[in-house]
Design a binder for this molecule. Structure first.
Ligand code: ZN
Length: 498
């Protein structure tokens, strides 16, 4: 669709979920960076930016691509990552503002932290707004529901739309909703406003799946408010990200509306009250691995998937925790598999041939909370390249990386009844292509241990007979009281009683 005067929309993306309790710093080299025209390559892929660019083309918008930076969840981001993002974005935005832009569209995560900027997205939006000619510009975008939303984000953006599903099967769909709202804003010439409220609650990621309460009831309430109040453009249920320690960490709600402030405030009160009522449902406690294994019936048929949320790669953990693997080895489980990120172990195996035996100190290097490397005698089964095409293009992983993932060089080793997939890049367990690309058919296994909280469910539930969770030592433990919070606003449930 070509129009005579196409709308000129500037696109930018900054995507990182920051775990401030893990030791490693996330540097520029950890980010995938797309500049200018390079961004257009992802049009139509599974990422939110891909969806936004495809929709822009359909609407006949003139896209001004600037900069897109994404990295997997990991430790605190270095200040210079944000400063270099900002200086490149400013250099691309200022000349675009001079002849006139119609709007800005941003793809954000919403939980990025650097030492100087606990609220990176708020800082970015404030700086963007302060550029000459940007004060009244519509600023729209999409963000992950695991954001720690802030007053500044609401103040400087006109309309940010959150994902509604966890696992995030709707990242692209949410983006299209945000694009449609921007299109309406441009057509009608009316900009919405954002109102926001943060009840004193923080839930671990395990408590934020949208198939269960509290999120299920909160989502239903939000959709009901949208249908009851025609002025509401978006009612966002923001689960928060417990492992990014900033003042605003935790659950919040934002309402983007064309209507009166009173109406939005009343709706926010209703959502906060419901969250307080349901607060205990978001506090999840998993059994110890021994108990989780004992709970599997002796005559169990089919696959049991045991998740280890404390080493949740999708939330920034190292993915090399040995807690669950130790339990598998000690109990001598059969026909089982786990994946461990251990580039050093892969490196040691690269010169060997399948069938060779080696004694390796596996995992346990990434977190001081882990018991440390587990020394096992193993047989090398295979060595392969780790790049694979995602089987599920709508998955949580696709929302972050697009259509392919690279685990780096991989090795599969066996210790008694346990297959261990050793990767060289941390790989969130959200796509079965991870196993199949390495010659392992996950359906044929009896037990798989995965390093995730919720996001693995979409991939594994269709092939699993039962899903279980186990509490092991690690930085993404559901037991939030153990974490050394310093910045979060107190009192907050469950760290304090309400
Ligand atoms: Zn998320």
């Amino acid at each position: 669709m070509e129009s005579v005067n196409p709308k000129r929309i500037l696109f930018a993306g900054l995507f990182h979920e920051t775990h401030t309790f893990v030791a490693n710093t996330t540097e520029l080299r950890d980010f995938t960076v797309l500049r200018g025209e390079e961004m257009l390559r992802c049009a139509g892929d599974s990422s939110p930016m891909g969806g936004a660019l495809e929709a822009a083309a359909r609407l006949g918008w003139e896209v001004v691509p600037t900069l897109d930076m994404r990295a997997l969840p990991s430790g605190t981001v270095a200040d210079d990552v944000f400063e270099s993002f900002w200086s490149e974005l400013r250099r691309a935005t200022e000349p675009a503002l001079a002849p006139g832009l119609d709007a800005v569209f941003l793809v954000l995560h919403g939980a990025m932290v650097t030492p100087s900027f606990p609220d990176v997205e708020g800082e970015l939006l404030e700086r963007l707004r302060a550029l000459p000619g940007a004060a009244a510009l519509p600023v729209f975008g999409v963000f992950d529901l695991h954001a720690n939303f802030t007053a500044r984000m609401g103040q400087h953006a006109d309309c940010l739309v959150a994902y509604r599903e966890n696992p995030h099967s709707d990242a692209r769909e949410s983006t299209l909703r945000a694009v449609a709202l921007l299109e309406r804003c441009l057509a009608e010439g009316r900009k919405p406003r954002t109102f926001w409220r943060h009840p004193p609650i923080v839930w671990p990621p395990t408590g934020t799946g949208t198939a269960d309460n509290p999120m299920r009831a909160l989502e239903a309430c939000a959709r009901d408010l949208e249908s009851r109040c025609p002025d509401f453009c978006a009612v966002n249920v923001i689960a928060g990200f417990a492992f990014a320690d900033i003042p605003e960490t935790g659950v919040s709600f934002s309402i983007v509306t064309l209507g009166a402030e009173d109406e939005a405030r009343a709706a926010l009160d209703e959502l906060c009250a419901l969250a307080v009522t349901l607060r205990e449902f978001g506090v999840v406690c998993e059994p110890l691995p021994d108990v989780a294994l004992t709970n599997i019936p002796a005559d169990a048929i089919g696959l049991t998937v045991i998740a280890e949320p404390s080493d949740n790669i999708g939330a920034g953990a190292p993915g090399d925790g040995t807690g669950l693997l130790r339990a598998f080895v000690q109990r001598r489980v059969q026909n089982a598999a786990v994946a461990l990120n251990d580039p050093a172990a892969v490196e040691r195996l690269t010169s060997m041939k399948p069938g060779a035996r080696a004694t390796l100190a596996l995992g346990g290097k990434g977190s001081s909370l882990d018991a440390g490397p587990l020394t096992l005698e193993v047989e090398l089964m295979s060595l392969r390249d780790g790049r694979f095409e995602l089987e599920d293009k709508q998955s949580h992983l696709a929302s972050a990386v697009g259509s392919h993932f690279d685990m780096g060089p991989c090795a599969v080793v066996r210790h008694e009844g346990v297959l261990i997939l050793l990767t060289s890049h941390r790989t969130p367990p959200m796509d079965l292509g991870q196993w199949r690309s390495q010659g392992i058919d996950p359906e044929k296994l009896s037990i798989i241990g995965v390093k995730a909280a919720v996001a693995h469910r979409r991939a594994y539930e269709p092939i699993a007979s039962r899903m279980a969770w186990a509490d092991t030592p690690g930085p993404c433990s559901s037991r939030l009281r153990q974490l050394p919070y310093r910045n979060i606003q107190r009192p907050i449930f469950p760290l304090d009683e309400l």
